[in-house]
Design a protein around this ligand. Structure first.
Ligand code: ATP
Ligand code: MG
Ligand code: MG
Length: 678
């Protein structure tokens, strides 16, 4: 990893590993499901990262960067990267996006399978835990239900220079908050009637700490949980919990979230007792084991539970139930020992209540190392000449400005793939552009350079004529004895891979050449066809131009030339006549007609959406030009997604969807040199 060997995230991970952090257990399976936590094996993946897209659109090149960072760091340190759908917002999310995201990650070459487990998660699977966490914050005095109107809330939030104003609902009693919260959960209030807010500090200089909303009412159907919920967590509340439940070690995000980090830490610190919940399942296993071991072991356990419980306050219902359980132990120890099974049944039943008290009891019984995840920020990727916002990409799709999410002009992973980009080129681009704290714009040309560097050594070569005009060799029958004679020509499939063999095609009296390769009045320095000039037909003969034919409008319809005998490439006399120009061609008799899609940048402005500009105003009208061209017979019957270099034109790829072996469709991925295409 030469380009990124010194990136700051790597340094952080190495520092953490050197300090002996992240040596806990991992419970495997789905973190939202307590049953899966029962195993509790030492964590084989000490480093856990995650890529957390919201399934509200297709992934784009910016996401490819985030994917590269998270998956490559995990891979490098023998860890795991989770693919986690951050699907906490019911209205914008769809199954089609869920599938497209998985496709994109896999196509880029990454896997969420590691150490025998599939690490693909849905934030919505944790809604139950999140709601419990919200309730826990209420119980512990860290959250309240606010019934101000959205306008009042906004007005009372204050500004960068003015502190906010406390809500009149801020200090209501825990029991009132709990009752209102349960009404919210039960669907008794309309959208917007009230929200649940964290109780932090309305005067904090960080506006994100001024009692942020953590839950709102939304009567909406969710793609995963259906109508189970009518309250949904805010992203800033949900995300830290997701990270903690999955035991993420390094939660890497873009710089916009830097101001959210204090809330991320505030929340997790307060939720530690709940987050130890996975220990419950292990404890349940432990209780089952003790039960099998008999009375003595159980006595010890029960005693320690009792001692731990004695130190704790008893506030919630579940805690009262636990207290009653221990009271029974206290007052009639012999009865408990006589009915150990009954005692264990009760204990197991209480485990389901997920209480902080129980967590502390079990922690006292067997302390565990427990690391909270930490958030680290890097500068997002900004690429010129594209927009990388799902909302704006969706607008381009919905308004019909492009043909779909996989339009080859879009910087979506699906679009880049359809255009012909390779996963390797995209990864190379991510690696070369590095990871840093300082933002900036990366020129789109860098993506093309990475593509060329990847394809140069592996795309076979062929000739294609994209703006065809006919060239007739008028002395053909005279030189070769017959108008139907064909001269066999050969060329390497790749100049640096002789082992790949050669392509074969033939020269005849009628050829397709590029219209720009003939000029009746040659401009200065023009070395191609003009009357009286000689050029070489690449891999073939030297020809001398004699003139042209034109239609009534003066448009050239045919270029005329004479073939010069004994000048064929690769034969002894080939160099007898020196020429300054060589042109590409395809024989009319064997040319394969093809549709060729010449893509150019979608926008004429390098920063099409900067500063609130309307990107629709800077669309490039020539971003797609479809032409009918001719390609050499080597290219007949190709499968979809074949990548070739058309000599002098650039890199092309047969279209994933529209290409047919008998009706080829090529997309231009990139021209051969840097700069504007066209
Ligand atoms: P968008 O605005 O396009 O919807 P997003 O950040 O809201 O982007 P998510 O689906 O939430 O989209 O993003 C998933 C991950 O990808 C996040 O961790 C986010 O930081 C990262 N990401 C998104 N865009 C970029 C970018 N341009 N450069 C680097 N990382 C990005
Ligand atoms: Mg997002
Ligand atoms: Mg977004």
């Amino acid at each position: 990893h030469p380009a990124s060997s010194s990136n700051f995230l790597r340094q952080i991970i190495e520092r953490d590993l050197a300090a002996g952090r992240h040596q806990g257990r991992h419970w495997g399976g789905s973190p939202g499901d307590a049953d899966h936590h029962a195993r509790g094996v030492p964590d084989p993946a000490r480093i856990r990262t995650r890529f957390p897209p919201e399934p509200n659109g297709y992934l784009h090149i910016g996401h490819a960067k985030s994917i590269w960072i998270n998956f490559s760091l995990a891979q490098e340190y023998g860890g795991v990267c989770h693919l986690r759908y951050d699907d906490t917002n019911p209205e914008k999310e769809e199954q089609a996006y869920v599938d497209a995201i998985a496709d994109a990650v896999q196509w880029l070459g990454w896997s969420w399978h590691a150490h025998g487990t599939e690490h693909r998660y849905f934030a919505s699977d944790y809604f139950e835990t999140m709601a419990r966490a919200a309730e826990y914050l209420i119980e512990t005095g860290h959250a309240y239900v606010d019934e101000q109107t959205p306008e009042q809330m906004r007005a009372n939030r204050g500004t960068l220079t003015e502190p906010g104003i406390d809500s009149p609902w801020r200090d209501r009693p825990v029991q009132d908050n709990l009752r209102r919260w349960r009404e919210m959960l039960a669907g008794q209030h309309p959208d917007g009637a009230m929200v649940l807010r964290a109780k932090i500090d309305m005067a904090s200089p960080n506006i994100n700490l001024r009692d942020p909303t953590i839950y709102r009412i939304k009567h909406a159907t969710h793609h995963n949980t259906g109508d189970r919920w009518c309250v949904y967590p805010m992203y800033t509340f949900a995300h830290p919990i997701e990270d903690a439940l999955e035991q993420i070690t390094h939660s890497i995000c873009t710089l916009e979230f830097e101001d959210q980090r204090p809330f991320y830490d505030w929340l997790l610190e307060r939720l530690v007792p709940l987050l130890r919940a996975p220990h419950f399942a292990r404890a349940r296993q432990r209780i089952e084991d003790l039960r099998a071991q008999g009375v003595e072991a159980a006595k010890t356990f029960a005693l320690r539970c009792h001692n731990a419980a004695a130190k704790l306050g008893r506030n919630t219902d579940a805690e009262r139930r636990m207290a009653a359980l221990f009271a029974r132990w206290e007052h009639d120890r012999d009865a408990v020992l006589r009915d150990l099974d009954g005692f264990f049944e009760l204990l197991l039943a209480e485990l389901h209540h997920f209480t902080p008290l129980l967590a502390q009891v079990l922690t006292a019984y067997e302390p565990e190392p427990f690391d909270l995840p930490h958030q680290y920020e890097f500068a997002r990727l900004n690429l010129t000449y594209v927009v990388t916002s799902k909302r704006k990409l969706k607008a381009l799709v919905d308004e019909g400005i492009v043909a779909g999410w996989d339009d080859p002009r879009l910087p979506t992973i699906a679009g880049l793939r359809r255009r012909g980009y390779t996963p390797e080129a995209i990864r190379l681009f991510c690696e070369r552009t590095g990871v840093s704290k300082a933002g900036g714009w990366i020129d789109y040309g860098n993506l093309e350079v990475a593509l060329r560097d990847d394809l140069e050594g592996q795309a076979p070569r062929a000739m294609a004529v994209l703006d065809p005009v006919e060239l007739e060799l008028t002395n053909w029958a005279e030189v070769f004895g017959s108008a139907t004679h064909r001269e066999a020509c050969r060329a390497p499939l790749h100049p640096h891979h002789p082992g790949w063999g050669e392509r074969q095609f033939t020269l005849g009296p009628r050829l397709w050449i590029e219209r720009e390769d003939f000029a009746e009045q040659p401009p200065k320095g023009y070395f191609r066809l003009f009357p009286g000039n000689k050029v070489r037909l690449k891999y073939g003969y030297v020809v001398e131009c004699t003139g042209c034919e034109k239609d009534a409008q003066g448009q050239v319809t045919k270029v005329l030339a004479r073939v010069i005998p004994d000048t064929k490439s690769g034969t002894p006399g080939a160099d007898a006549i020196k020429v300054k120009g060589t042109i590409t061609w395809v024989g009319v008799h064997e040319a394969v007609a093809a549709q060729v899609r010449l893509y150019d940048r979608l926008f004429t402005d390098p920063q099409p959406d900067a500063g609130g500009k309307d990107f629709r105003a800077v669309l490039n009208p020539a971003s797609l030009r479809t032409v009918r061209g001719y390609v050499e017979p080597t290219l007949a019957n190709l499968p979809a997604e074949s990548r070739w270099q058309f000599e002098r034109h650039g890199y092309f790829c047969t279209d994933r969807l529209d290409h047919r072996p008998e009706q080829p469709v090529f997309n231009r991925i990139a021209t051969l040199k840097d700069g504007w295409g066209g």
